[in-house]
Write a protein of this length. Structure first.
Length: 235
């Protein structure tokens, strides 16, 4: 699973703190947090970002990176709060909107997630956000909308294997297995192991009722479709 994108250290500001007292500044704490984040030390990183924010309440990048660390730690409510504060400081921050959508989705707040994703793609259309938006729609069983946005995702990034797998799943859940096979096949061609494995394990899945494009009743009972995948990379 890919990581959320985080802001770069404020390297230019480090120089201004070298002659300061032993008490680390907000910038020092922020940069230590970034170093910890880059080493996947998420608990340590979150602690540094909280301390930086305590010293500098309008430190936008610290709120952004605290949200990233909290997402990795599955502290979704704290991530939501952090991104909402950031958006008060920078209302058009596409990265914050996308990650706020992700935090809401991981917290099972799919309606809120959809609204934040839609705002994010209005500012900066990004393939992974389209994937995550489609995933949120699929969790609400709005498969037509899910399919629509997965297709937009692969228009932006035709080699994005996760979206092909997710499209296959969405078509099955939407009772259109005839459409799903080509997306599973394309995902497999792009080395999506789950798509390849699904094709191998379910050769009988693509059996239809006569002159229809729906699964037989017996197959619906016996063959549960796989779960879709969410990409936690944000723009």
């Amino acid at each position: 699973m890919t990581h959320c994108r985080f802001a770069s250290p404020i390297l230019l500001l480090i120089l201004t703190t070298l002659a300061s007292s032993a008490e680390p500044s907000a910038v020092d704490l922020y940069n230590r947090g970034v170093e910890s984040l880059e080493k996947n030390k998420f608990v340590e990183a979150a602690d540094y970002f909280r301390k930086a924010i305590k010293q500098k309440a309008d430190f936008a990048d610290a709120y952004n990176n605290l949200g990233v660390a909290c997402l990795e730690l599955k502290k979704y409510q704290e991530a939501i709060e952090s991104y909402k504060i950031l958006l008060k400081l920078e209302p058009s921050h596409a990265n914050a909107l996308a990650n706020l959508g992700l935090a809401c989705a991981m917290n099972l707040q799919y309606d809120e997630a959809i609204q934040y994703y839609l705002q994010a793609i209005e500012i900066a259309p990004e393939y992974s956000v389209y994937n995550n938006l489609a995933y949120a729609y699929s969790k609400k069983e709005l498969f037509d909308e899910a399919i629509r946005y997965y297709l937009k995702c692969i228009q932006l990034k035709p080699e994005y294997d996760i979206a092909y797998f997710n499209l296959g799943v969405s078509y099955i859940k939407n009772k259109m297995p005839g459409e799903s096979l080509k997306y599973f096949k394309r995902g497999c061609e792009l080395n999506n192991l789950e798509a390849c494995e699904f094709i191998k394990k379910h050769p009988d899945l693509f059996v239809y009722k006569e002159k229809t494009n729906v699964l037989s009743d017996s197959l619906i009972v016996k063959k549960a479709p796989p779960e879709q995948k969410v990409n936690i990379k944000s723009p």
